[in-house]
Design a protein around this ligand. Sequence first.
Ligand code: NAP
Length: 331
Amino acid sequence: MKAAAKKKVAVLGASGYTGRELHRLLSRHPSLELAAFLSSRLGEEPEAPELPCDAPVGRFEWERLDDVEAVFLCTPHLASAQLAKDCLRRGLKVVDLSADFRFKDAELYRAAYEHAHPTPELLSEAVYGLTERAREAVRGARLVANPGCYPTSILLPLLPLFERGLVAGGTLVCDSKSGVSGAGKKPAARTHFGASHENFLAYGVGFHRHGAEIKSQLGVSDLVFVPHLLPLFRGILSTIYLKPAAGASVQDLRAALAEEYAHESFVKVYPRGMPELDRVQRTNECHIALEQNGSTVVVVSAIDNLLKGASGQALQNMNLMLGLPETEGLS
Ligand SMILES: NC(=O)c1ccc[n+]([C@@H]2O[C@H](COP(=O)([O-])OP(=O)(O)OC[C@H]3O[C@@H](n4cnc5c(N)ncnc54)[C@H](OP(=O)(O)O)[C@@H]3O)[C@@H](O)[C@H]2O)c1
């Protein structure tokens, strides 16, 4: 029997970290073909990549997307908003890795990103693609907003606990640590090797945009989110401090998460022990564990920011949007 033709997809913003990660994933995908691996700057000749890249990045011309069904936007916020609109107008499905479609409310977006949303008319139809929590909506979507990397590590454990009424009110503290690849490929004073190697620091302590994203998804206002920069390339480990609802024990919370994710391929809830970055790096998995500490429940969650926090989850979403098995090309 003749094998079914592969569905053609494209990556725009191919020269960056998440684009490069998608190239790796798509090159071994059984049902998708990376038909266009392109710059996101229309008509401009792409610069020679600053990083070793597995494939040459092509010049972005709309004609190169003629045979393509869907596009990954590996581009910064603002650039993504307009590209998404133009892709949708051409009948392409879109998974956007930027923050442009993660808020339903244009005012929340403006407050977090300090500029007006360029295409607010698309916000209502965009699906927030935390895949395990939005599977059916993602399947039918034209436009998926891939969640932020820190929010993915925090929302996977917290959303089910909130929904089941297992968290008391009061301040929720999320203390997250990320490798430097979270900041993208552009060299910066804080992330270059000399500044980050053998160093460790907190940043965005008073405000970070991902805190606003987490609040809007959880529907809470009393949340302290503080990111830190680890002296390594990839991985996020989040430590979350919460008060359990009256009468709820750490065992109840652990059992709720174990039940929620029992049949998931990519989310593991530990019966004992703690996640480590080493176990999730270069995987699309999220590992979660919980312990009691006095009257506080401490939740620890680990992901690879470039996979479950970006390109891996984006592929999970794209598989669903194109009617393919969700885990294809990811396990
Ligand atoms: N890195 C992560 O862990 C992570 C996790 C979750 C989400 N994200 C999001 O995913 C997106 C891509 O992240 P990344 O880490 O891959 O970034 P990156 O390494 O900085 O790459 C960004 C890409 O966007 C292009 N680009 C930059 N400025 C542009 C502009 N003004 N107009 C059009 N294209 C532009 C770059 O092209 P040139 O080569 O031409 O500059 C490059 O291809 C961002 O929105 C980021 O916030 C990243």
